[in-house]
Ligand binder design. Structure first.
Ligand SMILES: Cc1ncc(COP(=O)(O)O)c(C=O)c1O
Length: 447
């Protein structure tokens, strides 16, 4: 297909899409949050075709999953080849070569030049569950530190960490795990007075001088769980000093650091892992979303001396499904042979373009931030007070959708740009231009 830009031919939703949306409302769990009626028929590259024949430019990639683009021929081929050989054999009970190949690959490509072990699950939340369990097992401690704005999944264990919107916790009673949350070192909106102190240092000082002195004995903390770039919380990039501080806490108190790279990993930031931008080496890393280009796979990679648990301690029926692993091996090949570099180059172009838009709309854009193709734009009522403008943010997303550009929000009032890593300059420029048009229309309609 040589279609590279949107073509909207019907009203939105079109007649077929409307029918599906109505049926969905009747049968599907109402817990899903759908921002607009996009009903997908197929995808290729960065393009999505809906059931009415409209083409959209996808700048969300199924929430940062389809990093190799939709239906990349090499991924489709790897999946088809493996599916024809065998689809399932239970990695917890039997051996197969690809599982070991992927574990070996993960030891090589993740930060830290030391032996590692890999546990296979099916999702980001499962990768987190594995990390929490192994951290408790290895340290025989049961407390965790996590961050406001953090998102780590919605299973009950992961939910104890997740702290990005109360709607995710409302109605579920008390949390399962003993987690203390602290403010993420957000350079734009750190909630405590810092008197000019760097927010990374301020955050570490808060943990040591407030949390560890008043609420949580540090020798009872198993791990600090951190997204190296906060995803659902707003695509927030912390300063390097934060990671230096985490290293100090680890050394001083024997606390493990779990880096949740579920959203920021797999080349999205223009490096394989966001941690690499800060030369940070975690003890445990969680990876999912983009690892298998859309097939369900979530992995927990840990220092070998941390993941030393007994047989039967943790496993699942489907974790490490061979088809997903075949897709993952093909994904690594594509990322290492051009896509990470493309993410870096297109990310720079996108960020530059959005920064120019921000200059022209300084009244409502407080910040453009991010690395590679993980870029957030913060929409505010006033650049001085930084008052969030959620209505305008939501309207801009709708206006983009009407024009065929698929985006999602994140944080309280940001818009995230996380396209497939296959996007080209023409698509990036189109997205920037459309985003600016959408801002003008949205301002007119909400004022
Ligand atoms: C950083 C991070 N961790 C964990 C998760 C949970 O992943 P999943 O939805 O696959 O359970 C997400 C999902 O958005 C995420 O962004």
């Amino acid at each position: 297909m040589d279609i590279k830009l949107p073509q909207i031919k019907t009203e939105l939703p079109g007649p077929k899409a409307r029918e599906i949306v109505e049926k969905d409302a009747r049968y599907v769990s109402p817990s899903y949050t759908r921002p607009y009626p996009l009903v997908i028929r197929r995808g290729f590259g960065a393009i999505i075709e809906d059931v009415d024949g409209n083409y959209f430019l996808d700048f969300n990639a199924g929430v940062a999953v389809c990093n190799t683009g939709h239906a990349h021929p090499k991924i489709v081929e790897a999946i088809a080849r493996q599916a024809a050989e065998f689809i399932h054999l239970a990695s917890a009970d039997y051996y197969y070569p690809h599982l070991v190949h992927l574990a070996e690959k993960l030891e090589q490509v993740t930060p830290g030049d030391f032996p590692k072990r890999v546990h296979f699950g099916n999702s980001g939340a499962e990768a987190i569950e594995g990390a929490l369990k192994v951290a408790r097992y290895a340290t025989r401690r049961d407390k965790f530190i996590a961050f406001y704005g953090g998102f780590h999944g919605r299973t009950l264990g992961a939910l104890s960490l997740t702290c990005s919107k109360t709607t995710q916790r409302r109605g579920f009673g008390r949390q399962l795990l003993d987690v203390t949350h602290v403010p993420y070192p957000n350079p734009l909106r750190y909630p405590y007075k810092t008197d000019g102190e760097d927010v990374g240092e301020a955050c570490i000082r808060f943990i040591e001088e407030v949390v560890f002195k008043t609420a949580v004995p540090p020798e009872e903390v198993a791990a600090i769980v951190v997204e190296p770039i906060q995803g659902e919380g707003g695509y927030i990039v912390p300063p390097r000093s934060f990671f230096e501080g985490l290293n100090r806490l680890r050394e001083r108190y024997g606390i493990l650091i779990i880096a949740d790279e579920v959203q920021s990993g797999m080349g999205r930031t223009g490096r394989m892992w966001a941690c690499e931008h800060f030369d940070f080496v975690p003890d445990i890393m969680t990876i999912a979303k983009g690892i298998a280009s859309g097939l369900p796979l979530g992995v927990t990679v840990a220092r070998a001396d941390v993941m030393e648990w007994h047989a039967g301690a943790h496993a699942s029926t489907f974790g490490g499904n061979p088809v997903a692993i075949a897709a993952a091996l093909a994904t690594f090949e594509l990322l290492e042979n051009g896509l990470i570099e493309n993410a870096r180059l297109m990310g720079e172009r996108l960020k530059r373009g959005l920064e120019q838009v921000a200059e022209r709309h300084a009244d409502c854009i407080a910040e453009v931030r991010g690395l590679g193709l993980m870029i957030g734009v913060e929409i505010v009522k006033d650049r001085q007070t930084l008052a969030p403008d959620v209505a305008l943010r939501d309207r801009i997303i709708q206006e983009c959708f009407r024009r065929g550009l698929v985006l999602l929000g994140c944080g309280e009032t940001a818009i995230r740009f996380s396209p497939p890593l296959v996007v080209d300059a023409e698509q990036v420029d189109f997205a920037v231009h459309t985003f600016e048009e959408a801002i003008a229309s949205a301002k007119a309609s909400v004022s």
